[in-house]
Design a protein around this ligand. Structure first.
Ligand SMILES: [Zn+2]
Length: 699
């Protein structure tokens, strides 16, 4: 039988192939359709008669689909891609069919009414039910037939437009290249970038290109563009590249400007069909911020605290550049990244390369696990070989309580495999904690995937500091998934947590990379075995907030533009979306945009991704995670008993309760009060601006 058909708790990763995947899905889909048909005829409005059977009807299919997507993301090739593409339309159709089922929707509402008349549900069940009803309504279940047809047409068109938007950005990014031929044109570029650029030139047909002698092909791929802007001494080339970058997809075959207006207009129509005044109201109805006003207030508070510092940073950078040979009255956009990097090197005087010698991968992992043990009272042990893995580099671990009670397990796939693994890092919550009707409990299983540097030859596996932070971040997601105490799968672990609160546990863990005891504890020099010197630790901490106000203001500029476009656009005084962006640039950014800037045309987060009327979520989560970490600082990071006690409270609230309650309530349980922005400002080296007439407890 196919290892994709009714996957056992431990998937047979070693037997999964693209060939044996497809046949399993045909059977799983047929079974799921039959089970949903049967449930529509026989559902009883009770938890055991509707909610549980609905979960059970869908889950074998969704589990297998989840693992198929996982295999594609870690072992990507043509064959896996073809299977995934062949199955996807059926999965989408199945979930639409469940989401728009009037019979099931009727059952959900009958259960809600029964519970209102005579309470029969636990609070967590009530929250799941409310969200399920809300979800069905937002899937258009309650619309009259003509409107539902229009709704489905809009959804289909929006899916097509978002994909087209992203593809246009990819195409425009790929279409541009700047070839440098003379060595003086490539001055300042680091050896790694020269090697990549020479390889790109060879791939483009310049057979003789070498890292040392060129030619070098410079592209708009962010991994090339960013280091180029940081290091190139060739100002004319920086200008050319910058102009190309901020006008991607703004003209020609990959022009996104008409798509922007179509997407905004269709989302407005979609929101109105569902009874919301704007798309922002629809989006926020599923988030903890709840109202446009609450988001506006957060943005205004953070901006007030950052503006003066942002102007100061800009003045200091200009003074630094002029003292070091820059002769013009002001820095152009293509000068800023370059001079900021020179300033950082000058002020903090260490290199990323030098720092990475202190972070040996096995030692970092030990340090991370011992931190989790200290804070949350858990023990993590290697269990490699106990169950099959999908690649020889993948590790397997078990998590238990101090008293030995098993809690969870996780796989960890650490190294970059550019040929077959998707970029970035993520945590897949494959198995979630679930108490079944027969009383047995399924323990959580996480699939943790990173893309850290691969050790070359016999060299020790060292990590860049950024990679250590990424590992802590993803492990934070995994901890919230694994240490849940909720036993309803729709609300256990990270399930059911609102979009703008889902990064809290992950960003919280990142703070520990700047804790002296933690970072020194996990460091050991690859050659000398020495731990990280205090002086170097101090520089890392100081460098963390280099130009932090400018970075904050840039995020606020994007968040404010997103909110204006989805909550207040169109307006008479705003002829097009560009105008909205321009006004916000004047309001937030310390240095002006180029008149030719068309960066909205490549803003995939809000036009091609899930961040529409949600870009503020980054800052919203960061307010909560900073304030949560501040609880440890207030307790005293050197006071071991206090750190442990605060850690247990964090585990019992933020990690344990997951999506079973409103994240704002869960935060209050941990902190004893509503979140405040003060800790985020302090951690960013900023202080609160003039007080506004706003509720003090925002967000
Ligand atoms: Zn994350």
């Amino acid at each position: 039988m196919s290892p994709f058909y009714h996957i056992p708790y431990y998937p047979a990763f070693d037997r999964m192939t693209p060939e044996n995947a497809a046949p399993a899905f045909a059977r799983l889909l047929a079974e799921a359709r039959d089970a949903v048909d049967a449930l529509e005829r026989s559902a009883v409005p009770s938890w055991a008669g509707l909610m549980r059977p609905l979960h059970d009807a869908c889950h074998p299919l969704y589990d297998s689909w989840g693992i198929l997507c996982h295999m594609l993301s870690v072992m990507n090739d043509e064959a896996w891609r073809r299977v995934q593409e062949s199955v996807q339309p059926d999965i989408v159709a199945f979930s639409l069919r469940v989401g728009q089922s009037r019979a099931l929707y009727g059952g959900l509402k009958a259960l809600r009414d029964a519970d209102r008349a005579a309470p029969c549900l636990a609070p967590v069940q009530r929250r799941i039910l409310t969200k399920a009803i809300h979800g069905a309504e937002q899937a258009g279940v309650g619309l009259p037939p003509a409107e539902q047809a229009r709704f489905n047409a809009i959804e289909t068109e929006l899916a097509r437009l978002s994909t087209a938007f992203r593809n246009n950005v990819l195409d425009a990014t790929k279409a541009y290249a700047l070839t440098l031929r003379a060595p003086e044109e490539a001055e300042g570029l680091p050896p790694a970038l020269l090697a990549v650029a020479a390889q790109a030139a060879r791939d483009a047909g310049e057979a003789g290109a070498t890292a040392g002698n060129g030619p070098w092909k410079i592209t708009l791929d962010i991994a090339v563009y960013l280091p180029f802007m940081m290091h190139s001494r060739n100002r004319a080339a920086r200008e050319q590249l910058y102009r190309a970058y901020v006008t991607r997809s703004a003209s020609g075959a990959s022009d996104n400007s008409p798509l922007i207006e179509q997407i905004l207009s269709l989302r407005r129509e979609l929101a109105r069909l569902l009874g919301y005044p704007t798309f922002a109201d629809l989006s926020l109805s599923n988030k903890t911020a709840k109202t446009v006003e609450a988001v506006d207030t957060l943005i205004a508070q953070l901006a007030d605290a950052s503006r003066d510092a942002g102007r100061r940073e800009a003045d200091e950078l200009l003074a630094f550049a002029r003292a070091n040979g820059f002769a013009e009255p002001r820095l152009q956009p293509w000068d800023i990244t370059y001079w900021a990097e020179r300033q950082r090197e000058h002020q903090y005087d260490y290199s990323d390369e030098e720092l990475s010698r202190y972070f040996l991968f096995p030692r970092v992992l030990e340090g991370l696990f011992s931190l989790a043990g200290r804070l949350f009272g858990i023990a993590i042990t290697a269990a490699d070989g106990e169950t099959p893995v999908w690649h020889p580099d993948v590790r397997f671990f078990r998590v238990a309580d101090r008293n030995g009670t098993p809690l969870a397990c996780f796989f960890f796939d650490p190294y970059s495999r550019p040929e077959t693994k998707s970029g970035g890092a993520w945590m897949n919550d494959f198995r979630t904690r679930d108490r079944r009707p027969d009383g047995t409990v399924q323990l959580p299983m996480a699939l943790l995937v990173c893309n850290q540097s691969v050790p070359v030859g016999n060299a020790p596996p060292v990590m860049r500091f950024q990679e250590v932070q990424t590992l802590f971040h993803e492990f934070g997601h995994a901890l919230q998934h694994m240490l849940t105490t909720v036993e309803e799968p729709e609300a256990s672990g990270i399930n059911g947590i609102e979009w703008d609160a889902v990064e809290v546990a992950s960003q919280f863990m990142e703070n520990w990379c700047y804790d002296r005891a933690t970072l020194k504890g996990l460091s050991r020099h690859a050659e000398t075995g020495a731990e990280l010197p205090d002086a170097l630790f101090d520089k890392i901490v100081a460098a963390k907030n280099h130009r932090a106000a400018g970075a904050m203001l840039r995020q606020l500029f994007f968040a404010a533009t997103d909110m204006d476009l989805y909550a207040r656009y169109p307006r008479q005084e705003w002829p097009d979306a560009e105008r909205v962006k321009r006004l916000n640039a004047e309001k937030y950014l310390p240095s002006p945009l180029l008149p030719e800037d068309r960066a909205l045309c490549s803003f995939s987060h809000i036009f091609g991704g899930g961040y529409a009327a949600g870009y503020y979520s980054y800052k919203w989560s960061e307010v909560l995670s900073s304030d949560a970490f501040a609880a440890f600082e207030e307790a005293g990071l050197d006071d071991e008993a206090a750190v442990r006690a605060t850690g247990r409270r964090f585990r019992d609230t933020l990690l344990a309760l997951g999506g079973s309650a409103d994240p704002a309530e869960v935060f209050r349980l941990f902190r004893g009060r509503a979140p405040s922005i003060d800790a985020l400002l302090r951690h960013s080296g900023l202080s609160a601006g003039p007080r506004r007439n706003a509720p003090p407890n925002q967000p």
